[in-house]
Design a protein around this ligand. Structure first.
Ligand code: FEO
Length: 171
């Protein structure tokens, strides 16, 4: 059974993951309107992943006797400047999500909720992967700079990274 403190903290994370899914969906749509099919495909897949992260939390909260809540979300921006800015935005977003997961882990230790602590380890590993992936993409974008041909190749290339976002375990 979840304590109210843990339930509220997990519900906050539900909102964080839902907001991530929305931001990445907005990025996907923006890239698609610019004709960058690869980046759009990558971002649509990333948005779906964030929804999975959210659903995993929803199910855990309910399974443990709590009630997962769906909350109102702020509209994300519709445009992101450049791909460099967009991926910088994505990286910074993931760093914030990692901080939010770490804070949550900290609360479970203080509350001695070892079941939730154990459950959250999946998210800890996932955040390591997500930050590494975002950093990897940013490195590529920085190499390309404003080169149009480079961006075209990058668009083709980035689709291959979708597979590397596989979940760390089969849960
Ligand atoms: Fe679910 Fe990318 O954090």
């Amino acid at each position: 059974m979840l304590s109210k403190i843990i339930e509220d903290a997990l519900n906050k994370q539900v909102t964080v993951e839902a907001a991530s899914s929305q931001v990445y969906l907005a990025m996907a749509s923006w890239a698609e309107t610019l004709g960058f099919e690869g980046v759009a495909t990558f971002m649509y897949a990333h948005s779906d992943e964030e929804r999975e992260h959210m659903l995993k939390l929803v199910k855990f909260i309910n399974e443990r006797g709590g009630h997962a809540k769906v909350s109102l979300l702020e509209a994300p921006p519709a445009e992101f400047g450049s791909f460099k800015e967009m991926f910088e935005n994505l990286f910074e977003h993931e760093v914030k999500v990692s901080k939010s997961i770490n804070d949550l882990v900290d609360i479970t230790l203080k509350q001695k909720d070892y079941a939730t602590h154990n459950f959250l380890q999946w998210y800890v590993s996932e955040q390591i992967e997500e930050e590494a992936l975002a950093r990897n993409i940013l490195d590529k974008i920085n190499l390309i700079g404003d080169d149009k041909g480079g961006l075209y190749l990058f668009d083709n290339d980035v689709k291959r990274l979708i597979g590397s976002q596989a979940e760390p375990d089969s849960n």
